[in-house]
Design a protein around this ligand. Sequence first.
Ligand code: ADQ
Length: 504
Amino acid sequence: METTRLAVVSNRLAIVVEKGSAGEWLIKSGSGGLVTALGPVLRDRGGLWIGWLGSNLLESLDDQALETLLAEGSRETGYSLKPVELTEEEIQKYYFGFSNEILWPLFHDLPSRCNFDPAYWEVYERVNEKFAGKIAENTGEEEDYVWVHDYQLILVADQLKKMGVNRHTGFFLHIPFPPLDGFIRLPWRFQILEAMLQYDLVGFQTVRDRRNFLDCVRMLIPDSKVIGHGQVARCLTPRREVLVGTFPISIDFRQFAEIAGTREVEDLAWIIHANLPDRQLILGVDRLDYTKGIPHRLHAFANALERYPDLRKHITLVQVVVPSREDVPEYDALKREIERLVGEINGRFTEVGWTPIHYIYRSLSRVELLAYYRTCEIALVTPLKDGMNLVAKEYCASSIENNGVLILSEFAGAAAQLQNGALLVNPYDIKGVADAIHEAFLMDPETRHARMEKMRRSIQRNDIFHWVNAFLRAGIAKNLSQFPRLELFLPKPSPKTEQQKSPQ
Ligand code: ADQ
């Protein structure tokens, strides 16, 4: 296992290329959890990252200048970077089209938002073939393990086979996998399902997602069966044997906890609270996306202010929205809806010295983000559906005094792991979320401490490095022993959310 080289393939490359103030090109390492986790692994065993540079700005760069930039990037990251170039049409139809207008809403159980434009499929296939070509050029059958990431690249293993190229392959889906009823609406359902079965290992975030996938295989592929019930099972179809596993992604817990404890974060956390004094702060942090349930959350917050007058003047919602896909009309409409609701709620409830919602629309620096995590007494993480949701885990890791309360959607992948410490809510249940806000507001320090400690322990044990090792152990070493059984979350009736116990 130790000698196998790793080739990571994702839509975006692990670096960001930007233009500096003097018009020069600058290269920076990507900052997401995946880059942090895979960086050391790629450096240690040697490896490469294949992906799109994510920018059309590069059209103005000649080949020689691009080579120099990538060589510089490789020196900085410690592994090779192999860019896949996409044309404008490919970006529109493969990325904005098939990936973001079909797979994204369908896999998040929002089929009414899908635009099943037939022109998208052809380009999705073509771009996946392009990625497969890049893999074929840069890797070998014996020495490399090819680890493909996410819904943009489902067809890569299939395309490799169509080219007659044999590779050891693994695939990880970062977003949810839908139940059969949703999945079968996809006009290309058989192609997508068959393509997923061309990998040697397919990984999902949760037991729920894997179960949905296996249900689809059982129902749509005759004579298929599943052997084993643990974290990694074998799926047998008449033509293939594929390992199918559950690997909940995580964060670099230690790094978050360490940075949260620095002087810089502490000072900023203090300044934030000093400017919003004598109240508890509830934090919402989301990329601008309709799956994150931001309007539902704002309605729930207004409902809480209306039904629980003790919250007024004693609580402020800090809602941070990170700009994303802004040139897509649907996202622009969502932004306007959020801003209208924030204005309406502030207009309705503001009193002298207190504005209920503090709204921020921009990307935050790491220090700012951690200062908000650290200083807010409550986090409100209520996506309508989410593969995992790293914000929930980052909030807990940064709560180094164990005094934060996490209110978490039942439909976030993180709910299965954090169900013993978080207040779980159904994001569609406006009154239920409002009740949870009030419960969090009143929660005594001992209960907060006990709940947060449980969650932090679990995230620390199952951090991002554990995730990488588990996937590679199953994928490369094919070692299926010692994988614990993972938890599934199922809602139960709770006395706290019974309608008659809360004010009307
Ligand atoms: P995302 O949908 O992007 O990821 P999430 O898991 O919440 O969602 O991660 C968001 C990331 O952005 C976090 O790491 C967070 O620190 C960062 N971020 C948030 N707000 C920020 C801000 N204001 N400024 C700067 N950075 C900010 C997809 C899936 C998820 C899955 C991940 C990983 O949709 O379900 O958890 O992949 O697999």
